[in-house]
Design a binder for this molecule. Structure first.
Ligand SMILES: [Zn+2]
Length: 292
């Protein structure tokens, strides 16, 4: 049923459940947000596993994906699951129902966004089909920070206003691994809240101060994720792209620069990996930032 869901193991305690970036493959017929925007870019949900405990970071794009995650964790001996939501966008919460018997943790803004849009999400009018029904809501909220213990591992949840105002990243201090949600993406960030880009830059600086060794974004290159993740340079590369977008407001030449040229140095040194489906994201970002 999910022919392309891959279970990657970027780190002994971290699993990535990756789907998408498969030419010609469609999850569903017709226009739908799962294929157009999630699987086209490629998307991973993660699990941090230690002994019988697991933290599931995002419930993926469908109930079927979430069931596959739960089945795989159970097969590995996991008995206790805690869910953490990276933010409220549909491709991160669609499988919540599979974890309805678990604690589902989100920041208070995520809970508020979901509550406000619950009816539209459940009837398929928020971002079109498929509907997510029932939408299972968070059971516990944090404001800015919360530390959990999964098995013997400390996992720090921290809120960042990057991509969306309710971003929650996971920080594994013992390994210096950052699970970034959608605060960082490869090939480029997806601008969902263009009015907040200046704040995103400040927040990217704050994120960089964690000094991660490895970064695992939810949308990125599967080979890079499977081999351990991205280096810390993904953060300044994201900031450079955001600054370029902001400069495009008054710079037509920059607006017309092809994406590959705009981020050429980051592609050249391997900080970023080009994925052609981000061309559409780039065009959309330019339109939303510059109004052109
Ligand atoms: Zn996403």
């Amino acid at each position: 049923m999910l022919p392309h869901l891959r279970i990657l193991e970027p780190h002994p305690n971290v699993l990535a459940f990756y789907d998408g970036r498969v030419p010609g493959y469609r999850f569903a017929a017709g226009e739908n947000w799962v294929d157009d925007g999630a699987l086209s870019l490629g998307i991973a949900s993660y699990a941090i596993v230690d002994g019988e405990g697991a933290l599931v970071y995002d419930t993926h794009v469908s109930v079927a994906h979430a069931e596959a995650i739960r089945t795989a964790l159970t097969a590995r001996g996991v008995r206790h699951i805690t869910v953490v939501l990276s933010h409220w966008h549909l491709d991160h919460i669609a499988g919540n129902a599979v974890f309805a018997d678990c604690e589902i943790i989100a920041c208070n803004k995520t809970a508020a966004h979901l509550l406000k849009n619950r009816a539209a999400i459940e009837n398929g009018t928020y971002d079109g089909l498929p509907a997510i029904a029932p939408l299972v809501m968070p059971t516990r909220t944090l404001e800015d920070q919360l530390t959990l213990t999964i098995g013997n591992l400390a996992v720090d949840l921290q809120r960042f206003d990057i991509h969306s105002d309710d971003g929650v990243v996971l920080w594994l201090p013992s390994e210096k691994i950052l699970l970034a949600g959608d605060t960082l993406e490869d090939t480029i960030t997806y601008v969902a809240e263009p009015k907040n880009l200046a704040r995103h830059l400040t927040e990217l600086d704050r994120l960089a101060r964690l000094a991660p060794r490895l970064i695992l974004p939810n949308h990125g290159c599967p080979e890079r994720i499977g081999s351990g993740g991205y280096g810390p340079a993904l953060i300044p590369a994201t900031a450079r792209y955001v600054r370029a977008l902001l400069a495009m407001k008054s710079d037509a030449r920059l607006r017309a620069t092809p994406l590959r040229d705009l981020i050429a140095s980051d592609l050249q040194d391997g900080t970023l990996v080009y994925h052609s489906d981000y061309e559409a994201v780039h065009a959309r970002n330019i339109a939303s930032v510059t109004g052109v």
